[in-house]
Design a protein around this ligand. Structure first.
Ligand SMILES: *Cc1c(COP(=O)(O)O)cnc(C)c1O
Length: 346
């Protein structure tokens, strides 16, 4: 069964982490004189290196998510934490990973960048749920990770619990569940299952429901053993001071986040209803996220028509199983109404 020592790359196992000045002396205390990191001594609010372990941010996240702070890793967006797991666990030109398809494009980009074979397992066309049997057929001795995005981008739906369980329980590599959109869903996060499954990694982000795509903060939750490996190889100061400060501020105002999430979900309901009256829209897929996937008569044509009117949506027609599909992000009330009134003029 799963044993982390079987999947850490040998160079990572052998390496010693870079020890930064702020690692060696962690206590931030205004009474000390810091002459250890070659910083500029003149205080402008940002002249010191940031906390490499972002302990204040993790403490708040830990409370908010009811999850141990020492089992959290933060990255410069989800992109960085995803890249770190490739680098820690996948041997270039030898290992492979499996992902459902269609799904988030970055998994494939990062596999290519790290010289890791990327194996796609198509979702079932009828319900966009994974074909578990096909996933297991694609596993071999060099399969290190399976990517499951739930709610999935671009399809929008949560992956059923029974399918994820079957994969997590029967695969002896890592299962990564990307929950970028979980805050828009009624379904529970997989966070609390991490204590039961040492091969489970959950990834979340402040880029969507938390409204902070601009600060780049991705969050990885996993066992303490996995976090220790990733902490060893991450760039020491990967989360800058401004990001840490802004994240703290927003996380401490969670009621505001909940209110904006609710507003977005109400607007999604408005859009879903309004979209039903157009005959060029052939299908509106159910969504547990803050976007809606629709199938239309001619995706590229409709997409270009909207661009001419100054409205940009996402054309997903080239994704697997998404022929003539468009992905619409839920905007403000005014934005959504403008979209619908443009559709009325088609
Ligand atoms: C938007 C999105 C993310 C967020 O990526 P960041 O780098 O954290 O902004 C992650 N996963 C999926 C599936 C997404 O759609």
């Amino acid at each position: 069964m799963f044993n982390i020592n079987n999947i850490i790359r040998s160079n990572v196992k052998a390496m010693k982490a870079y020890s930064s000045a702020r690692d060696e002396f962690q206590e931030i205390n205004n009474n000390f004189i810091f002459l250890d990191a070659n910083e500029n001594p003149f205080d402008n609010g940002l002249n010191r290196y940031p906390d490499p372990l972002q302990r204040n941010v993790k403490a708040v996240l830990s409370q908010l998510k009811n999850f141990p702070a020492d089992q959290i890793l933060l990255g410069n967006g989800s992109d960085e934490v995803l890249d770190l797991i490739f680098r820690a666990f996948c041997e270039p030109n030898q290992d492979n990973v499996i992902s459902i398809s269609p799904s988030y494009g970055m998994y494939n980009v990062l596999a290519n960048l790290n010289a890791i074979e990327y194996r796609k397992s198509l979702l079932n066309e009828s319900d966009f749920q994974p074909n578990v049997k096909d996933i297991f057929n694609k596993i071999d001795d060099n399969t290190k990770m399976i990517f499951l995005c739930s709610p999935n981008n671009p399809t929008g739906e949560i992956i059923k619990k029974e399918y994820i369980l079957e994969i997590v329980q029967n695969f002896d590599g890592l299962v990564i569940i990307d929950e970028a959109y979980i805050d828009f869903s009624d379904e529970k996060s997989w966070l609390e299952e991490i204590k039961n499954y040492p091969n489970l990694i959950v990834i979340q982000t402040l880029s969507k429901a938390f409204g902070l795509a601009g600060i780049r903060l991705g969050i990885l939750y996993a066992s303490a053993e996995i976090i220790a490996v990733l902490n060893k190889i991450k760039p020491p100061y990967n989360i800058n001071q401004l990001t840490q400060e802004k994240a703290l501020k927003i996380l401490n105002d969670y009621d505001k986040i909940k209110f904006s999430t609710k507003t977005i979900l109400n607007q999604k309901q408005y859009l879903e209803r309004a979209l039903q009256k157009f005959s060029f829209i052939k299908k509106i897929y159910p969504s547990d996220a803050n976007f809606i996937l629709i199938k239309v008569d001619n995706a590229t044509g409709r997409y270009n028509e909207l661009i001419k009117k100054g409205i940009v949506i996402r054309n997903r027609t080239n994704d697997d199983l998404c022929e003539n599909c468009l992905r619409i992000t839920v905007g403000t009330k005014e934005e959504n109404e403008k979209l619908i009134s443009q559709f009325l003029s088609f």
